[in-house]
Design a protein around this ligand. Structure first.
Ligand SMILES: *Cc1c(COP(=O)(O)O)cnc(C)c1O
Length: 305
């Protein structure tokens, strides 16, 4: 049976919640120049279904519901913000949820314990098997094994994920000259970039080594005229994905005492550290109006201690 009103609720609720998310001015960052730096607080949407993960899930969940699925299945590592967001969202919208976890100890982190607490059934697989997560033969086998669930790729990285992320662009005023966000798969960036007008330049901060390749991954999802309206920097990876240094930690601590905003150590901490250096180096016009997007992920700070 199809219950259209319930399907609509997932999207309209997200759109409504988006209207209430604040843009906070980072006054201490304005400094001597006239640069303005504001932060869009997607992290305030929900502490668990935080920020961008929510947007990447909503059209996936809507499609699952419309097609009559009662179970969703997705993929993630032991610290995955996506996995725990999917678990919480599935519970909220009445789906059963299965998580395929990279590594064989599926209860070893707080993130995974949270997934279980939300009712997600976890299956640990070897790293070798996990690498097959986008392989179509493997996915058919997984589908059979788990009784034909609705499969959402790791990180919500699909067309529905980009479509949901595009909703974030509606919260971004035309007056900003630069939009900054962290990019893992680039799904969120692609969705936002596809909607924003060309006069707004988007900077994606990759939290892993060699993340510059994301530029080529994102371009196919954008119209030609937008190919030069964004770029990815991987300068601030701090040793690799999930790695933290004392300098990064102390930056995040002082950012918190200045602004009362908690950054996450995997994504947004690195982005803001990088942005601060870019401003200090004079990489922006003096009248730049910069909007940074806080994509959430703060749940991970607890789980990684
Ligand atoms: C997952 C995540 C990202 C990366 O999003 P992509 O769409 O994969 O680029 C950025 N910030 C936070 C806090 C995240 O959890």
């Amino acid at each position: 049976m199809r219950i259209i009103s319930v399907n609509m609720d997932i999207i309209s609720e997200a759109t409504l919640a988006a209207k209430n998310l604040p843009v906070q001015s980072l006054k201490s960052w304005t400094g001597a120049s006239v640069i303005r730096v504001d932060m869009l607080r997607l992290d305030l949407f929900d502490p668990v279904i935080s920020g961008n993960k929510w947007y990447k899930l909503i059209y996936n969940l809507q499609a699952a519901k419309e097609q009559g699925f009662t179970t969703i299945l997705t993929f993630g590592g032991p610290f995955s913000n996506h996995l725990v967001a999917a678990a919480a969202a599935a519970k909220k919208y009445g789906f059963r949820a299965i998580g395929i976890v990279r590594g064989m100890e599926p209860q070893s982190t707080v993130t995974l314990k949270d997934c279980i607490a939300y009712g997600m059934q976890l299956h640990g697989v070897t790293r070798e098997e996990y690498k097959l997560k986008n392989d179509s033969d493997y996915l058919s086998a997984v589908s059979k094994q788990f009784n034909q669930p609705f499969i959402i790729p790791e990180g919500g990285a699909n067309e529905a994920g980009r479509k949901g992320s595009a909703l974030i662009a509606e919260m971004i005023s035309d007056e900003y000259t630069n939009i900054c966000l962290s990019a893992g798969t680039g799904t969120t960036l692609a969705g936002i970039r596809s909607i924003l007008p060309v006069h707004q330049h988007v900077i994606g901060f990759a939290p892993m080594k060699g993340g510059h390749y994301l530029e080529e991954e994102i371009k196919p999802f954008l119209s030609e005229e937008k190919h030069d309206t964004f770029h990815i920097t991987d300068e601030w990876h701090f040793g690799g994905f999930g790695k933290i240094t004392p300098a990064l930690q102390s930056f995040m601590d002082s950012f918190f005492s200045e602004t009362d905003i908690q950054l996450d150590r995997v994504y947004t901490g690195k982005m803001m550290f990088g942005l601060q250096e870019m401003i200090a180096r004079g990489e922006f016009d003096r009248d730049a109006k910069i909007l940074c997007i806080h994509t959430g992920g703060v749940q991970g700070n607890v789980t990684m201690r």
